[in-house]
Design a protein around this ligand. Structure first.
Ligand SMILES: [Zn+2]
Ligand SMILES: [Zn+2]
Length: 257
């Protein structure tokens, strides 16, 4: 079990994670948890994130502690029609991100459950086929408000509506392109909106992807410092689903200068 890595961490700089996630505190916590390797993957949703991204990279400069650190980014879908992401190759090159994680973040206006599933599947496939992407983030995550009264996902209490063919197509695309699929703790495992039956189905989903040859990443997706240790839950969930350590991706550490 690889409970010593976390490939999805946000910092206070972009403002999505809270003030406990100052980069220095985050690194200190990862060291205290005896992690060996992490990826810093704050959001880049557009030019408004350019300044904080540069700041994080600057703050990483000269780190010489025990952690292997990969300098990365989390992208989201820019255009749901086209399946494009919020950064193109030139932007990725400009910022020097060496680990790109990405995926859809929403329903994109769909209201019918089968249409939501079809759109999600199409966008996950587009993300996996994007040559910039190293890992698909949190499959089937939707925000908490979507599960509240009046939200679009109140029906999503298990994964029975998702066709088996979708699982096979996603696995095939992931294997063919060498894209990992993320096991995300805070977006999925400890998120209050997912039911026990959903999580049981999710473990079977991971098992099936594993049988079909997929590789995985271990991720806390922590937005608060107390959640960094949840990466260990993601590692355990993968192990319980039968995923061997050899299928868990650890990218090369970046040369931080
Ligand atoms: Zn995300
Ligand atoms: Zn995230």
């Amino acid at each position: 079990m690889r409970d010593d890595i976390d490939l999805h961490l946000h910092t206070a700089a972009v403002g999505c994670a809270n003030e406990t996630m100052a980069l220095s505190a985050l690194l200190e916590r990862c060291e205290a948890l005896q992690y060996t390797h992490i990826a810093i993957t704050d959001h880049y949703n557009g030019p408004h994130h350019a300044a904080p991204q540069r700041q994080i990279r600057e703050d990483l400069e000269g780190y010489d502690g025990p952690l292997g650190i990969t300098w990365g980014v989390e992208l989201t879908v820019a255009d749901a029609e086209a399946g494009t992401l919020t950064a193109h190759e030139d932007i990725v090159e400009q910022f020097g991100w060496e680990f790109v994680i990405a995926g859809p973040h929403g329903r994109y206006g769909e209201t019918d459950p089968d249409a939501i599933i079809a759109t999600q599947h199409r966008l996950m496939l587009a993300t996996v086929h994007n040559p910039l992407v190293d890992a698909l983030v949190h499959p089937w995550w939707f925000s908490r408000r979507e599960f509240e009264a009046g939200g679009g996902m109140t029906w999503f209490t298990d994964m029975s509506r998702i066709p088996e063919s979708h699982v096979e197509e996603l696995a095939e695309a992931a294997v063919e392109t060498g894209t990992a699929i993320e096991m995300n703790a805070s977006a999925i495992l400890t998120a209050p909106m997912f039911t026990r039956s959903f999580l049981e189905d999710y473990q079977n989903y991971i098992s099936r992807l594993n049988e079909l040859g997929v590789s995985f990443t271990v991720a806390s997706d922590a937005h608060d410092i107390s959640a960094i240790e949840e990466a260990k839950l993601a590692a355990k969930f993968l192990a319980d689903a039968g995923v061997p350590d050899e299928r868990i991706v650890v990218p090369p550490a970046s040369d931080l200068g």
